[in-house]
Structures are given as structure tokens and as C-alpha cells.
Ligand binder design. Structure first.
Ligand code: HEM
Length: 146
């Protein structure tokens, strides 16, 4: 199994940029609806919504890194998990961003045992007022030097 599956699963449950914007380049009828988007319409892509959709991710509230095993990756729709975006405007720093995350975590976890502090409310409550995904009342951690 790929070693960054926990980071992938965290990015699925908590995509830092949880809404994406696009502009329609041509008129488009949304399949299964009466809705037709006109050319030049602004579209908000609800990334957090897509990544929490049970049709694509069984038991979406469950933290399950095994979703990102090579076998499960092959079965999933390519746009069902897009924390770094998709298409021609997708993030060019994807690999660098994942490497930085791994580097930061390994540096921290080498010296500290980290647990959630009692002040952290679980399950986490997303703050709807922020564009960048953040948690209401924050995530409080306790770090004990190893
Ligand atoms: C965990 C870290 C990161 C996350 C979650 C992230 C996420 C994203 C997202 C969601 C987009 C918009 C994609 C779209 O609209 O489809 C984006 C675009 C972009 N990102 Fe990142 N990013 C990260 C790190 C980085 C890093 C480290 C760099 C550069 C070294 C970078 C450079 C860019 C650039 C230049 C774009 C604009 C691409 C374009 O419009 O053509 N990102 N990123």
C-alpha cells in the first residue's frame, strides 16, 4: 500500500481548499437534472461535498486510509477525490506539498508523542465562515517530548 494513504485520507476528509471555482466555456446540461449551465456561468465545485459523498466513499465520516490502496484507487472515479484540484488548473505543487507534509510530520513525531487535548471537540466541526477549511474552536494537541 502507498505510504501516504493517511495523508490522502486526511485530505479527503479535510480538503484545505474545500470549494473550487470554474467558468463554463460552453452551455452544459447537467445529467439527470433540468439544469442547463449557460456559457460563462461561474461554477462553484463543492470539493468537501464530493469527498463526503457516500456514493463515492462508503461511510464517508470514517477515517479509513485503506480507501487509497492501489486496488481502491483504480475503482474510484478520478474526480471523486480532488484536494489538489483537477484538470489543467490542478495544483503544480502536489508532490512538493505532500513531501513537505511528510517532512513536517516526521520531524515532529521523531521528538514528540502527540495526542488530542480534551479541549478539542471530536468529531471536528468545520467553520462555515472560512474559505480555507478550518475547525470551529480549533484543534488542540498535547505534545510530550519522547
Ligand atoms: C498540501 C499542500 C497544497 C494543497 C492542498 C494545494 C491545493 C491546491 C489547489 C486545490 C489548487 C487549485 C486547483 C484547481 O483549481 O483545480 C492549487 C493550485 C495551485 N497550487 Fe497548490 N496546493 C498545495 C501546495 C502547493 C505548493 C507547495 C505549491 C508550489 C510550490 C503550489 C502551487 C500551486 C499553483 C501554482 C497553483 C495554480 C495552478 C494553476 O492555476 O494552473 N501548491 N493548489
Amino acid at each position: 500500500m502507498d505510504k501516504c494513504t493517511s495523508i490522502n485520507e486526511t485530505s479527503r476528509k479535510y480538503p484545505p481548499i474545500s470549494v473550487r471555482t470554474r467558468e463554463c466555456t460552453k452551455s452544459y446540461k447537467v445529467p439527470g437534472t433540468n439544469l442547463t449551465l449557460k456559457k460563462a456561468s461561474a461554477v462553484f465545485v463543492p470539493v468537501l461535498g464530493i469527498q463526503s459523498e457516500p456514493e463515492y466513499h462508503a461511510e464517508p465520516d470514517k477515517f479509513d486510509p485503506k480507501r487509497f490502496s492501489p486496488e481502491n484507487n483504480a475503482k474510484r472515479h478520478s474526480a471523486a477525490c480532488i484536494p489538489f484540484g483537477d484538470g489543467s488548473c490542478a495544483c503544480i505543487g502536489l508532490r512538493f506539498g505532500i513531501m513537505q507534509t511528510k517532512f513536517g510530520l516526521t520531524t515532529l513525531l521523531k521528538y514528540f508523542r502527540v495526542t488530542t487535548y480534551q479541549k478539542t471537540k471530536v468529531p471536528l466541526q468545520v467553520n462555515p465562515q472560512n474559505f480555507i477549511l478550518s475547525v470551529r474552536e480549533g484543534v488542540w494537541l498535547e505534545a510530550e517530548r519522547i
